[in-house]
Design a protein around this ligand. Sequence first.
Ligand SMILES: [Zn+2]
Ligand SMILES: [Zn+2]
Length: 371
Amino acid sequence: MKDKIIIKGARVNNLKNIDLEIPKNKLVVFTGLSGSGKSSLAFETIFAEGQRRYIESLSPYARQFLGQMEKPDVDEITGLSPAIAIDQKAHSHNPRSTVATLTEIYDYLRVLYARIGQPFCPECGRPIKKMSLEEMVESIQKNAAKNKSAYATIIAPIVRGRKGEYFQLLQNLFEDGFGEVRIDGKIKSLHERIEMSRYGMHTIEVIVDKVLASDQTRLFEAVETALDYGKGLVIAAFANNEEVLFSSHWTCPHDSFAFPEIEPRLFSFNSPYGACEACHGLGRDFFDETKICEVCNGARLKKEVLAIKINNKNIHEVVSLTIDKAYEFFAELDDVFSENEKNIAKNVMKEIVSRIEFLLEVGLDYLTLNR
Ligand SMILES: [Zn+2]
Ligand SMILES: [Zn+2]
């Protein structure tokens, strides 16, 4: 009895009152024609009874959450242990589902990248910073000290490398009370007529003010005005001709590449905000599913999204890691993050790490998060 499961009088579905003995600790295979009752015997009789007895053994409190299970139509089963069943049913065939999305790790990663990710310009690779007015004023004062310059000239970029004569624009600046502009790098007075070649490319910047760097109030006003005219960009120039360009948007100050607002949905390949436009976030060629998308190389996201990094890795590079390597990546962040970043990331990191630890515990260390 100890080394067998003995079944008497099984009648579930098509089963014709069968008796059967199954040896334990052996690999046993049921074969037969479709509809001959293989599943009725394996799942609906043996497994169902094992499951039912297991649930019966639990406390009434636990049982109320699991519901009553029907006793299968069988006279007797002996030698049965608690049973588990793995069936071949494919639950969902969503081509966008991965280990990371099913475990919600991806959702937490999106939040982490939106809060902590450092954007780099996808055109020139330079890090991009978004600064507040206060941060700009502070930085201008520091730069003035570094460049041994008592004054800072605050300049607003208006036109960058575009064709035109711009009479009206210069007229408007004059009427707004500005005295000087810098045209293609040369300072000109707005009191005089400025000639520009109609078909040449021009860069026009307006000199907003020349301010004593120690004059906090006037510096604030000048930077605020410059940001207004420069649509979020401002240049501070110092006595030694050093210049620093600031941006109040996620915009590359060098080539004006503008980032959208960095928020979790940007990192989703299920959202039009983040998905690669060529493959619609599937990572495969839109017209030929056997080919990897040439625009995103299978990363499924827009290039600017892939230019946002945490510890030198973008979100696609993180989900391409195997689960054990991903664990190392997150453990390392503890040494990389500043105190402030640690505070921002604390809860999200906890959720990610606990899920990765679970995957490791169940022995899935070799899977990549984007499988
Ligand atoms: Zn750039
Ligand atoms: Zn693509």
